[in-house]
Design a protein around this ligand. Structure first.
Ligand SMILES: Nc1ncnc2c1ncn2[C@@H]1O[C@H](COP(=O)(O)OS(=O)(=O)O)[C@@H](OP(=O)(O)O)[C@H]1O
Ligand SMILES: Nc1ncnc2c1ncn2[C@@H]1O[C@H](COP(=O)(O)OP(=O)(O)O)[C@@H](O)[C@H]1O
Length: 234
């Protein structure tokens, strides 16, 4: 797997990079290419054991600059292009704005951990039933939840999408991004989608810190729970 999984937040070129990495520990980030002299930035606090971080670059970064992550003595990431990591194209106007009220503050207020529970399974397998039962159960325990159901989202945000593989991927990508925002808001977001392709679900998982994306294949894992939930209402 690539050490650098792609842009985590919008990157405001040329001064700010923020991304996720699959490396458990990253010691420094190395810049090269574009006439740069292989600058290496040591991350404060030694090793970082979080899967994402931001780095501010003071000098202007050339378009063909490449970055690598250095993990101890090993250099990984194979010089990913900064431009490839950006999801805002050539714009230099879009910048990431941090808000002083952070996820931890919202979690503290709500007394819960924001996360995504992703329920996947075939059409008619009981995903929506399980999502609603779970939401009701958590709600009754004072937990704030929100269900993102494939059917419902296709009535609005994703009404322009069909069921071909490309549109399904886009459907899942958008819902993954919305789910990430809900989790960041401190909610327990329950996404209920067919989401048939593992790579699309993996991309959604990669948007969140480790442990904050809980995936359940409805048919295999949750059938029993669903049966109980369903029977208790029928
Ligand atoms: N091929 C095809 N043609 C017509 N309608 C279809 C098709 N596939 C799915 N559906 C219906 O769309 C509902 C939502 O699907 P999803 O958004 O969860 O699918 S996906 O994740 O994008 O694969 C889905 O809801 P559920 O039955 O609740 O899964 C279906 O009602
Ligand atoms: N555990 C269960 N046992 C029997 N029927 C169920 C169960 N869970 C859901 N159902 C029924 O199966 C149908 C499909 O459920 P639904 O939750 O809409 O599935 P999905 O969201 O995967 O399409 C509904 O009629 C629902 O009432």
């Amino acid at each position: 797997m690539d050490a650098i999984q792609g842009a985590y937040e919008p990157i405001s070129l040329p001064t700010c990079l923020s991304f996720r990495t699959s490396l458990r520990k990253v010691r420094s980030i190395k810049f090269s290419g574009g006439g740069w002299l292989g600058n290496s930035t040591r991350l404060r606090g030694g090793y970082h054991d979080i899967p994402r971080f931001s780095v501010r670059v003071k000098a202007a970064m050339p378009e063909d600059a490449r970055i690598s992550l250095v993990n101890g003595h090993t250099e990984t990431g194979a010089g990913k292009s900064v431009r490839d990591l950006s999801n805002i194209g050539n714009s230099t106007n879009i910048r990431w704005h941090d808000c002083p009220v952070r996820k931890v503050d919202r979690q503290e207020l709500l007394q819960q951990k924001g996360c995504v529970i992703w329920i996947t399974g075939l059409s008619g397998s009981g995903k929506s039933t399980l999502a609603c039962a779970l939401s009701r159960s958590l709600h009754s325990r004072g937990k704030l939840t929100y269900v993102l159901d494939g059917d419902n989202v296709r009535h609005g945000l994703n009404r322009d999408l069909s069921f071909n593989p490309e549109d399904r991927a886009e459907n899942i990508r958008r819902i993954g991004e919305v789910a990430k925002l809900f989790a960041d808001a401190g909610l327990i977001c329950i996404a209920s989608l067919i989401s048939p392709f593992r790579k699309d679900r993996a991309a959604c998982r990669a948007l969140l810190p480790e442990g904050d994306f809980i995936e359940k294949s409805f048919v295999k894992v949750s059938a029993l729970f669903s049966s109980i939930a369903w029977r208790s209402n029928h």
